[in-house]
Every structure is written in structure tokens, then in C-alpha cells.
Design a protein around this ligand. Structure first.
Ligand code: HEM
Length: 502
């Protein structure tokens, strides 16, 4: 690939970060389209330029990838206020129903309103406690489901188990139910739940997927890369399941047949403004619920699938984790959320998966609201900042043996508590600043308990015809290339797997 650094005739004019020379109007879009997947093209360009910050011009947008924690902190900590917006895009517009939500909505009053509700009313420590019985039900159902798979041949598709645990927690928290349809006797997902969770992953895959029409506005009406069609289809599925439940529940609150909050949908419907009128419209609730489902299913399920594959490839890690679990929990009961503070090794394993195998190659894009100087570079207003999660966590200047899965690198000498957050941005887990994740407590709890339950409840090994499972990530969202399908055997008394109540 030939890369020419952008040069300016005026030596006093502040410089953009280095990058390929753009063509008039289309910028570097031709190269982007000729070098799919875009993620790998950007990685290679950064490597060839030998830089940790670059500027790629896509149509009329400056896209700024960043791969080093020092520069990432400049953007998300020092200049956080200048970079607290989000891009306008066809996908974001459709998913957020015209920017009514929190995650995808550009900086402004609507974002502030929704962010406040999410932090204060949905995911506060008090609400976290209130939701615990629902999380417990789904953690118990996970054990029941995997146990049934063990008895039915022993091969477990870990991706189905982890994604549907997350989907179940979502449905239980928001809709007070695990199943949209009749349900399954073995605790697994039915057709409806598979369709529902798959739709969320399609949205996650295409929401920030370098669609040409986001960079050349007059292409918006066409759907050249087919992303818009995929997003609309996934939204149709989401709406098919959510809309009737949200409308019916709103009616119940309006006619007084419901007056006790039982789930987060009730909470959203009952919120009142200063005039005691509903704070949220039905449209706002529908859009926000979909966006929160996306936030809840992707990162935890992916982190746990990767943790397990890495540990199966290094059985001594599995052994150390199960020893910790047996010491803290014993074998007479299942591991509970209250055990989490004592599970430092299990947490180090989850943290290592977030470092080495982030769910997405890039952090959610930030957009600059003002012309800003970062380091010695000029970042024009409207630039899209892409912190490259996959390179940041594998940066050899920060991490020794960066490609090795080594949980012990996170253990502290004094044995103090390990968390999944990384405010110094040596890798991106929940990020930081105004646009940082609002679901740290829930995201951490779901990830750690899911992993702890699978490790404590079962022994895991590769099928007998495979000596080592290939750790290759896919393009787009960074799943393990093929769903992890491995052998599980129960390690606790049979009655402990049968606690599922719903
Ligand atoms: C392991 C689990 C999770 C991880 C690793 C994670 C990670 C992230 C990341 C990297 C961002 C983008 C931050 C940025 O733009 O700089 C984010 C945003 C966000 N996350 Fe999470 N997340 C997780 C779970 C959750 C959960 C369970 C929820 C709540 C249901 C949630 C709610 C949000 C929200 C609302 C935002 C947008 C904040 C904003 O734009 O103002 N996340 N998350």
C-alpha cells in the first residue's frame, strides 16, 4: 500500500495527523472500498505509517484512529468535553428513532435527558440490588441449560449459552419474562429468542460499519452496501417483539390496572416530569430499550466465550480458577454475586479477555464539537475519533507478550480487589469520561458471574479430535471465528443444576 503523508504549503498551519493523501470529494473512500474489511485496512495503514494517531479522509469526514493510551487519554480525559458527541449516520438514525436515546445520540439535551435516566433510574446501585433476583433466575437457568446439554451428548455451544444468558437477563429485567414464545423445557432459547438475540447482534455488527452513505451524504437514499436493509430488517424483528408489550404495559399504567413496578419497563413508563406528566414518550421508551439490549448482550457474552477458549487451550489456568472457586464457594452450593469480591483470579481472566479480545475493533466513535489541538496535531470540528480497541490492548509498548492470554498480569501484589474497568485506557473495557459506559456495575456483574458459573459448575475440554482450538477473530464484531463448541461435564451435585424456577 502506498501511503503519502499529507503536507501543507504553510509550515505554520497546524498539522493534521499523518494519513493517506485524499482524493477530491471522495477522500480515501476508493481505497477503503478496495481494501475490505475496513478494520484490517486501517490497522495496516497505521502500521505502515508507524504512527499511533492517523487521519483518514472518508468523503467529507476526517476519521482519526488512535492506538496509544497516552493519546487516547488526551481525547477521552483531558479534552473529554470537546469530544463528547457521536456521529450522525443512517444506522444510528434508524436504531435510535431519530436520536431519542443515549448511546447513539449526539451531545445535546436529549442525550443528557436519557443518560440521566439510565444512570439514576435504571442502573443505580439501588436498582442493581432490586434487579438481583432476576439476574439470579437467569444464572440458575444457565446452569440448568448447560447441564441438560451435558446429559445430551456433552457438547456445548458456548456462544449459545453466553448470548442467551445475556438475552434472558435483558428480557427478565425489562419485560419480566425469559421467553417471548412457549419456552423450552431444557432452559434453552426458543425460535423467538434466537430471532430476538440474533437481531441485536445484527444491529451491533452494522451500527458502525463504515457505510459509504455516511460519508457521501447524497448517497443516503441508495443502500449501496446493503447495511440499511439489514438494519431495517433487524429493527422490524425487535419491534415485532417489543412494541406490543410496551404498548400494552403503557395502557395498563394509564388505565390503573397496573400500579406496582416489577421491571425496568414499568420504571420507564412511570417516570414523571416536574408537572407530573410522563417523562418519556412511548417512542423514546421503544428506542431506548432496543439500544440497551444491544449494550447488554454483546460485551459480556463475547468476553466469556473468549475467556473459555483461551483457558481450554491452557488447562493450568482452568485449574487455578476452579481451585479459587472451590476455596471461596465450596462444592455444596452455586457461586453467587456476593462471592465476586473474593474471586480475583476469575476476574483477572475476564479482564484479560477484555484486553486481548474486545468485542469490537473500535470504541464507539466520538465526534469533536470544536477545533482542538491534541498533542501537536490539529483535530478539526466534526472529526470522528476511533480509539482502536484491538490495537490498544495489544500495544507492545504497554503490554509484555501482548498476544498471550496471561490473567496473572492483572493480579496485584497486595491481593487487592480487581475490577474490569480501565480508566487509564491501556485497553478499552468500559472507557471513561462523559460518554463512558453507564452500565459498569451490571456489565461487570453479568460478565463475572457468567464466567464463574461456567467454571465452577463444569469441567471444560476440547473435543477429543482437536488438540488446540484456533483463536482467530472474525471481521466486524470480533467474535471467535467459529462458535466455541466444546465438551462440558458437571462437577457439582445434580440437584444444584435444577434450581431454575421460571
Ligand atoms: C462487559 C460489559 C460492557 C462493556 C465492556 C461495555 C463497554 C462500553 C463501551 C466501550 C462504551 C463506549 C464508551 C465510549 O464511547 O467511550 C459503552 C457505552 C455505553 N454502555 Fe456499556 N458496556 C458493557 C455493558 C453495558 C451494560 C450492561 C449497559 C447497560 C444496560 C451498558 C450501557 C452503556 C451505555 C448507556 C453507554 C453509552 C454512554 C453514552 O454514550 O453516554 N453497557 N459501553
Amino acid at each position: 500500500m502506498v501511503i503519502k503523508t499529507i503536507r501543507y504549503h504553510n509550515p505554520n498551519k497546524p498539522k493534521l495527523p499523518p494519513g493517506p493523501k485524499p482524493w477530491p470529494i471522495v477522500g480515501n473512500l476508493p481505497e477503503m472500498l478496495a481494501n475490505k474489511p475496513t478494520t484490517k485496512w486501517i490497522h495496516k495503514m497505521i502500521e505502515d505509517l508507524n504512527t499511533e494517531i492517523a487521519c483518514i479522509r472518508l468523503g467529507n469526514v476526517n476519521v482519526i484512529p488512535v492506538t496509544c493510551p497516552v493519546i487516547a487519554r488526551e481525547f477521552l480525559r483531558k479534552h473529554d468535553a470537546d469530544f463528547a458527541s457521536r456521529p450522525i449516520s443512517v444506522a444510528s438514525d434508524i436504531i435510535s428513532n431519530g436520536y431519542m436515546t443515549s448511546i447513539l445520540t449526539p451531545y445535546g439535551e436529549q442525550w443528557k435527558k436519557m443518560k440521566k435516566i439510565i444512570v439514576k433510574d435504571l442502573f443505580s446501585p439501588h436498582r442493581h440490588q432490586w434487579l438481583q433476583p432476576k439476574r439470579n433466575e437467569e444464572a440458575d437457568n444457565l446452569m440448568f441449560y448447560v447441564y441438560n446439554k451435558c446429559n445430551n451428548g456433552g457438547l456445548v455451544n458456548v456462544r449459545i449459552a453466553t448470548q442467551h444468558y445475556c438475552g434472558n437477563v435483558f428480557r427478565n429485567c425489562f419485560f419480566n419474562r425469559r421467553y417471548f414464545g412457549k419456552g423450552m423445557k431444557d432452559g434453552g432459547p426458543g425460535l423467538e429468542e434466537v430471532e430476538h438475540v440474533d437481531a441485536a447482534f445484527i444491529l451491533l455488527n452494522y451500527v458502525f460499519a463504515f457505510s459509504t452513505s455516511d460519508y457521501i451524504p447524497w448517497l443516503k437514499l441508495l443502500d449501496l452496501d446493503g447495511h440499511k436493509g439489514k438494519i431495517k430488517n433487524a429493527m422490524r424483528i425487535m419491534n415485532k417483539y417489543h412494541d406490543c408489550l410496551i404498548e400494552e404495559r403503557t395502557k395498563q399504567w394509564n388505565d390503573g390496572s397496573k400500579n406496582v413496578e416489577e421491571d425496568l419497563l414499568d420504571v420507564l413508563i412511570s417516570l414523571k416530569d416536574v408537572n407530573n406528566k410522563p417523562l418519556l414518550t412511548t417512542k423514546e421508551i421503544k428506542a431506548q430499550v432496543i439500544e440497551l439490549m444491544m449494550a447488554m448482550v454483546g460485551n459480556p457474552s463475547n468476553a466469556v466465550e473468549w475467556t473459555l477458549v483461551e483457558m481450554i487451550n491452557q488447562p493450568e489456568l482452568l485449574q487455578r480458577a476452579t481451585e479459587e472457586l472451590d476455596n471461596v464457594v465450596g462444592k455444596q452450593r452455586l457461586v453467587q454475586e456476593s462471592d465476586i469480591p473474593k474471586l480475583n483470579y476469575v476476574k483477572a481472566c475476564a479482564r484479560e479477555a477484555l484486553r486481548l479480545h474486545p468485542f469490537t475493533a473500535f470504541n464507539v466513535p466520538h465526534v469533536s464539537m470544536n477545533d482542538t489541538m491534541v498533542g501537536n496535531y490539529f483535530i478539526p470540528k466534526g472529526s470522528h475519533i476511533l480509539i482502536v480497541r484491538s490495537v490498544l490492548g495489544r500495544n507492545p509498548k504497554v503490554w509484555s507478550e501482548p498476544y498471550k492470554f496471561k490473567p496473572e498480569r492483572h493480579l496485584k501484589n497486595d491481593g487487592s480487589d480487581i475490577s474490569l474497568t480501565e480508566p487509564d485506557l491501556k485497553f478499552i473495557s468500559f472507557s471513561t469520561g462523559r460518554r463512558g459506559c453507564s452500565g459498569v456495575m451490571l456489565g461487570s456483574t453479568m460478565t463475572i458471574l457468567l464466567l464463574a458459573r461456567l467454571l465452577h459448575g463444569f469441567t471444560w475440554s476440547a473435543p477429543s479430535n482437536i488438540s488446540r482450538i484456533n483463536c482467530v477473530d472474525s471481521n466486524g464484531v470480533m467474535f471467535l471465528d467459529e462458535p466455541l463448541t466444546v465438551v462440558a461435564k458437571p462437577r457439582l451435585a445434580a440437584e444444584l443444576y435444577n434450581l431454575s424456577s421460571k
